[in-house]
Design a protein around this ligand. Structure first.
Ligand code: ATP
Ligand code: MG
Length: 420
């Protein structure tokens, strides 16, 4: 642990261990961090489970280290934020029961063994004891370490996917991320769950969360293929299928994203959204709206999706038809597209010329504005009205095409336009 964890986290864990001993509650490091420690992967999400009362534990921790505390009573979980910004999730070890499939579970305090049993896969059901007296001991009731060695994704019991069908997507996510195999019996259970209507019963936010997490992975194309194999795409839309066109597009998207990141390292974009919109490429606008509604996609992302759906095809058509468009024409074609749309456009266009045009648009044209504004037009004696927008648009166009270069040039042009 000392070798694989940043010193800051390691020291914090030791402090937590001492406190756990002081108040006599067993505390454990749980979740993805334990798995990733054993795999040697980077992960800084610290989750602590406490046998007893996690909230008391979190309060004491916050008091002792002057940390901020946010308690979520309903879930018996707390977020502790240390003065240096370090964050820690604390939960009371619990047992879960499901009133019906896909329901949110009812929880009650219990042992670490029960807490680990409610988890999705054995590789995620490992814990490390953090009490000073047992610091660093691995707790492995369900064969998680063996599975990590065998590179296997395995559920802990046969009802797992029925209790919570988001685990179907989680299985695909971990399988693809780590290059693991879904164990045979687990695969049978997964296929049964996927073939049933369980996923349909998931709420929009829960389903979206898992889909977006899947699409945020390093190489989502394979995960999407896996979803198609399990016939999961139908839960987004009945008409969604992984066609040859889509397969090609997804692969081009990977290249196009790599290009963007290299070319514009300081303009991060919503990668998951790029793939998401890519997936909708062959769906009509109304089918896309249906997907957006089903998943209750939040406003900003929904807005980008509809912008791309509306403006990408015409932009692409224009650029393909016009070999050497004027800068103002490029601007007009691309101005309504968010960055995610530009990446998609590059993936679909795939010609050097168009990549170059998009590149210049992002670095230069996009930032061009006329020097004069409404107040300047007024000072030139123009009567305010719709004409202002027309004139400013005309000035922008002239700027883009290099017809005017200075403020004085712009004034001249305005006078000419006003006379006309
Ligand atoms: P990642 O590295 O992608 O964050 P993770 O393993 O940390 O993976 P999280 O979704 O962050 O996954 O959840 C943290 C832990 O909570 C998991 O390791 C798992 O033990 C448990 N968990 C999360 N979601 C579920 C679920 N749907 N069913 C059962 N256990 C879950
Ligand atoms: Mg996590």
């Amino acid at each position: 642990m000392r070798r694989r964890l940043p010193a800051k986290i390691f020291n914090r864990l030791q402090e937590i261990g001492r406190l756990a001993d002081d108040i006599g509650m067993p505390a454990y490091l749980v979740g993805g961090l334990v798995r990733d420690l054993l795999l040697g992967h980077k992960n800084l999400d610290v989750d602590i489970a406490v046998e007893g009362d996690g909230m008391t534990f979190a309060r004491r921790l916050a008091d002792q280290y002057g940390a901020g505390l946010k308690i979520f009573d309903r879930f018996a979980t707390a977020l502790v934020v240390f003065p240096d910004g370090f964050k820690l999730d604390v939960a009371t070890a619990r047992r879960e029961s499901y009133a019906h499939p896909t329901a949110l579970p009812t929880v009650r305090p219990s042992s670490i063994k029960d807490d680990l049993y409610r988890r999705d896969f054995a590789i995620n059901a490992l814990a490390i004891r953090s009490n000073a007296s047992h610091f660093g001991e691995l707790v492995d009731f369900y064969g998680g370490q063996r599975d990590l060695e065998a590179k296997t994704i395995r559920v802990l019991h046969a009802r797992s996917f029925v209790d919570d069908p988001t685990r179907v997507f989680r299985a695909v996510r971990f399988e693809q991320r780590f290059g693991f195999r879904i164990e045979k019996h687990t695969l049978t259970l997964l296929k049964e769950a996927a073939a049933s209507d369980l996923v349909r019963r998931l709420s929009g936010p829960r389903l979206r969360n898992e889909i977006m997490r899947l699409l945020s992975e390093q190489a989502p194309a394979r995960a999407i293929r896996r979803m198609a194999e399990f016939d999961l795409l139908r839960f987004l839309h009945a008409g969604l299928a992984l066609t040859a066109h889509l397969t090609g597009l997804l692969s081009d998207l990977g290249k196009s994203l790599a290009w963007w990141t290299k070319r514009f390292p300081r303009r991060p974009l919503d990668r998951a959204l790029v793939y998401f919109i890519g997936l909708m490429d062959e769906l009509s606008s109304s089918a896309t709206d249906a997907v957006v509604n089903r998943l209750t996609v939040p406003g900003e992302q929904a807005n980008k999706i509809s912008l791309v759906k509306k403006h990408l095809a015409p932009a692409l058509r224009f650029l393909v038809r016009h070999r050497s468009p004027r800068p103002s024409e490029v601007y007009l074609a691309l101005a309504d597209l968010p960055d995610e749309g530009l990446v998609l456009l590059v993936a679909k266009a795939r010609t050097k010329d168009i990549v170059h045009l998009v590149s210049t648009y992002v670095t230069t044209q996009q930032h061009v504005t006329p020097s004069l504004n409404g107040a300047d037009l007024k000072a030139l004696g123009l009567k305010p009205g719709p004409i202002y927008k027309q004139i400013l648009d005309r000035l922008l166009k002239a700027r883009l095409n290099g017809e005017v270069k200075t403020k004085a040039d712009e004034r001249e042009l305005v006078k000419k336009l006003a006379k006309a």
